[in-house]
Design a protein around this ligand. Structure first.
Ligand code: CIZ
Length: 319
């Protein structure tokens, strides 16, 4: 019997997938799934992508329910963009440590220190922080959004590594918030150098949430969707990838004729490079969500208009 990550779908993956498919139809549900989710969850998805792609898709979902397999800030963004839908986050504890590293008080204080600066906030932020921002960005469009601001100074948060990546490419002064993603922060330069020695002909692609010295040593610094697109266009056969394991698994499935190695070196790499918030969702969670309709996202009215404006600004700039 094939095991799922599940405690409540012991019949195996194929039977669980059949149940999800039937329930989706019954409930009129559309399943959005982030690139970092487990492969078994991707198998039941109606759309897979990064936060930008999924936000854009969320706007036009015709179904009554949106089941968002990802983390809370992503489901909140979908609810902002399509408020009449029931947006369900299958696991209520699926949060984001990076998003939690900045709160409204901290951002207000930074704005007071830099009154002329516009605020660009990474989509990995909570709704009350989005509401205080001028525009939201993802890692695929951060530079474009910063450049579109009508100010010379831009407060950028909460990821300091993505901020540094943008700062290198713009003439604007980027004022970073000092947060970071615990999954990407573990990559180090010596680790990458050792990985290169082990797979010397590999093309090295890392995420901009990795530390700056790791980014500098890499051949490419790309968001998850850019990684997928770029690998598709490249002739290279071997790749060293520095990001969450879900993306590496996706690349392996898309290109079974090529080799994808994680930059992270650890005996249990799958564990070390796995975001616990992303991996909390399994087929069992999706089944439960579809069965009960529970964990519907609500947006506090005080933050709704401001957060929506900032997200819409990103979609406008990203067009
Ligand atoms: O924008 C996203 O979805 C995140 C969090 C990472 C990426 O690079 O896609």
């Amino acid at each position: 019997m094939i095991q799922t990550t599940d405690r409540s779908a012991p019949e195996g993956i194929d039977a669980a997938i059949a149940r999800v498919t039937a329930l989706k139809r019954e409930r009129d549900a559309f399943l959005l799934c982030h690139n970092y989710q487990a492969q078994e969850v991707k198998r039941v998805a109606d759309a897979i992508g990064d936060s930008f792609q999924l936000s854009a898709r969320a706007r036009t979902v015709p179904a009554k329910w949106i089941v968002f397999c990802g983390v809370r800030f992503m489901a909140e963004t979908a609810k902002l963009l399509n408020p009449s839908k029931r947006v369900i986050l299958p696991e209520s504890k699926a949060g984001c440590d990076l998003a939690d590293s900045i709160g409204p008080e901290g951002l207000r204080a930074l704005k007071t220190q830099h009154p002329r600066a516009r605020v660009v906030m990474y989509i990995n932020s909570n709704v009350e922080v989005k509401a205080l921002s001028d525009a939201i960005c993802t890692s695929s469009n951060a530079l474009k959004v910063v450049e579109a601001m009508d100010s010379e100074e831009v407060i950028f948060g909460p990821d300091r590594n993505l901020a540094a990546h943008v700062a290198k490419q713009t003439s604007k002064r980027v004022i970073p918030w000092a947060g970071s993603c615990p999954i990407h922060e573990v990559f180090t330069l010596p680790m990458l150098q050792r990985a290169r020695k082990n797979v010397p002909d590999a093309c090295v692609i890392v995420h901009p949430e990795c530390p700056s010295d790791v980014q500098e040593e890499a051949d490419e610094v790309l968001s998850t969707s850019q990684m997928i697109e770029t690998v598709g266009r490249m002739k290279a056969r071997r790749f060293l990838i520095g990001t969450e394991i879900g993306l590496i698994e996706q690349l392996r499935e898309l290109h079974p004729d090529r080799e994808f190695w994680p930059v992270y070196e650890h005996k249990s790499c799958d564990e070390a490079c796995a975001c616990p918030h992303m991996k909390i969702t399994g087929l069992h969670s999706v089944l439960r969500a579809l069965d009960t309709g529970k964990e519907a996202i609500t947006i506090p009215e005080a933050h709704r208009a401001g957060a929506l404006r900032a997200v819409e600004r990103m979609l406008e700039i990203g067009k």
